[in-house]
Design a protein around this ligand. Structure first.
Ligand SMILES: [Zn+2]
Length: 227
């Protein structure tokens, strides 16, 4: 009986929500909500709330928002050296003469660069892979910026590679894959000594812990023995 009631309630709410997302009085509103709900974590109800919010604001707010999004999409490029998101061919970090090109920190994306930059503990350059090897999501080594990293190591300019991917299975797999590609070259490989638990993402680690873990980095091979 209770199960029946639950079943009914569930369907009632489903229909109510479904109705909300379907019965728009305006096609223009519906289109805007559909576009907005494509963001991760934004359902139709939240999208509707955001769109209604925009409608209450002066028109310029929406104009500024759409213009800045369009401009970002059109103009943003990837740094030709480190693959970080940049406004210029060479990003601010790669074009800074005070940053050493001998130490390269390997990260997944721009959020990791920002997190490490916030610690002010790293004066080398980055190499942004653009993701992690993840067969489940169809991401193989070929989809990532690994070849250009190996080329950099081959050139002989790099003295140390710091692996700073999150300690997930995908992160470990990616580190190991790169390590195997470069272990024949004379280069030091290290990994950041994490005070954060396994699986934590870099961007969520606090600045002090992350800063300390960069300073106290450990040889990569030692990290393999521990795991
Ligand atoms: Zn760069």
């Amino acid at each position: 009986m209770l199960q029946e009631k639950y079943f009914f309630l569930k369907h009632f709410f489903y229909l109510a929500i479904h109705k909300l997302t379907m019965d728009f009085s305006s096609k223009l509103l519906e289109n805007a909500v559909n576009e907005m709900s494509q963001f991760p974590g934004i359902g139709k109800r939240t999208a509707l709330r955001l769109v209604l919010h925009l409608l209450k604001q002066p028109k310029e707010h929406t104009q500024n928002l759409s213009q800045s999004l369009q401009l970002m999409r059109d103009e943003i490029i990837f740094c030709k050296n480190c693959h970080n998101i940049s406004d210029k061919e060479l990003c601010e970090i790669c074009s800074n003469q005070n940053r050493s090109e001998q130490i390269i920190c390997v990260v997944e994306d721009i959020r990791d660069v920002m997190a490490i930059e916030n610690t002010s503990q790293f004066r080398g350059q980055y190499h942004v892979l653009g993701g992690k090897i993840s067969p489940m999501d169809g991401i193989g080594p070929g989809e990532l910026n690994i070849t250009s990293l190996v080329e950099k190591v081959k050139s002989g300019k790099v003295k140390e590679l710091i692996f700073a991917l999150s300690s997930t299975m995908e992160g470990d797999t990616t580190n190991f894959f790169i390590f195997r590609q470069i272990e024949q070259y004379e280069i030091i490989t290290t990994t950041i000594a994490r005070g954060i638990s396994v699986g934590d993402e870099l961007e969520y680690a606090d600045e002090v812990t992350l800063g300390r873990s960069i300073v106290n980095r450990i040889p990569f091979e030692a990290s393999l023995k521990n795991s």
